[in-house]
Design a binder for this molecule. Structure first.
Ligand code: ZN
Ligand code: ZN
Length: 135
């Protein structure tokens, strides 16, 4: 079964494995970054009776258990992604694409810590032009 990794995540967090929960993680993972409305739209095919409220509820639980992460891009709706290793987000001013950029954030956290702050979730947002639009 191709969704094995999803089942593993759910079980490791003590969740019951349900088709809706699997589908929500699968959809979000495939999209990379998705808004609640996008997740809702793509889940409606498999679960015609699902409501936006249910989606919000599942996302809320997954956020709390750190399966999903919330991303706040200035001037845009909240989007969600499956929790991955630390990365920065780049927002392209031309095509609007949101890209994951994997950089070493240890130094960043260390620098902040040296100023006396304990940072558990550093978030780096960069705004500019993506490699494709620069061509
Ligand atoms: Zn671009
Ligand atoms: Zn991301």
């Amino acid at each position: 079964m191709k969704e094995n990794w999803i089942i593993d995540i759910l079980r490791s967090k003590g969740f019951k494995v349900t088709p809706q929960r699997i589908a929500l993680i699968d959809t979000t993972s495939k999209a990379g970054h998705a808004s609640v409305e996008q997740i809702y739209k793509s889940m409606k095919d498999g679960f015609p009776a699902i409501s936006l409220t249910t989606i919000y509820k599942i996302i809320g639980i997954f956020l709390h258990n750190e399966i999903i992460k919330e991303i706040h891009i200035a001037g845009k709706k909240k989007i969600y992604e499956i929790k991955k290793s630390p990365h920065a987000h780049h927002v392209c001013a031309v095509c609007g694409r949101i890209s994951d950029i994997y950089i070493d954030t240890k130094d960043l956290v260390g620098q902040i810590k040296s100023k006396g702050y304990e940072t558990t979730s550093p978030a780096i947002y960069c705004y500019g032009i993506c490699p494709d639009c620069r061509k």
